[in-house]
Design a protein around this ligand. Structure first.
Ligand code: BG6
Ligand code: MG
Length: 220
């Protein structure tokens, strides 16, 4: 039961870009006259750009060029929102935990479905805290498929049972479980209740708390 690495989702775990994804989709939905609420947005957490649009369209059929245009428009709104991101936008506890994990000799990876993840971690100033980065460009099948986390584990050279996924999305916990990873869910139980450990956020969370909650001390 040795834990050798943590794979972090980005949006809603390390920084609150989940809010900017929502605002980008909300603006697009309003422009298109499509009903879309914060509650609807919960289903979009962790889900790829295209799949998010499909959830907003709720079965409405559009030609491919219009779908592409809408995805690009949402992304341009998102890029505008994230222009100003800086280290101040790190969520409480995230950087401290990443640093603590590395000092303890464990590995860290990013496992984000976002094609913008690289740019966001650059602006947050934390790229050097990851041994591997897997993002929206890394695999075809996105969460809830396990492929992205398997890609991250392969980059680290570790088997899934030795890696812990940290996620805020139901789709992300499902992906972690499907891949044979242990998981920490951040947020309400209704969303991440199937994770091995559920916490409200990473604020004040120490590595030793996580290792204990995941089932005993590390004996590496
Ligand atoms: C995930 C977000 O990390 O990335 C989703 O939780 C988003 O909301 C997805 O749709 C894809 O992001 P992007 O930046 O490639 O559109
Ligand atoms: Mg997320």
């Amino acid at each position: 039961m040795t834990i050798r690495a943590f794979i972090f989702d980005l949006d809603g775990v390390i920084t609150d870009t989940a809010e900017y994804h929502y605002r980008g989709w909300k603006r697009l939905a309003d422009e298109e006259g499509l009903p879309f609420t914060r509650e609807d947005n919960e289903q979009l957490r962790g889900v790829s750009r295209r799949e998010s649009l499909m959830l907003i369209l709720k079965g409405r059929v559009y030609p491919e060029d219009k779908i592409q245009e809408m995805m690009e428009r949402k992304n341009s709104y998102y890029l505008d929102f994230i222009k100003e991101i800086s280290p101040r936008d790190l969520l409480p506890g995230a950087k401290e935990l990443l640093e603590e994990i590395r000092v303890a000799g464990l590995k860290t990876a990013l496992g984000s479905a976002s094609k913008n993840a690289g740019g966001v971690i650059d602006r947050l100033g934390i790229q050097s805290l990851f041994d591997a980065v897997s993002d929206g460009h890394s695999v075809e099948r996105q969460k809830p498929a396990p492929d992205l986390f398997l890609h991250a584990a392969a980059q680290l050279g570790l088997p899934p049972p030795e890696c812990v996924v940290v996620e805020d999305a139901a789709a992300g916990i499902e992906a972690a479980r499907a891949g044979g990873f242990r998981s920490i869910g951040l947020g309400p139980r209704e969303r991440v209740g199937s994770a091995d450990v559920v916490l409200p956020s990473l604020a004040g969370v120490r590595l030793s708390d996580l290792l204990e909650a995941l089932g005993g001390a590390n004996r590496s």
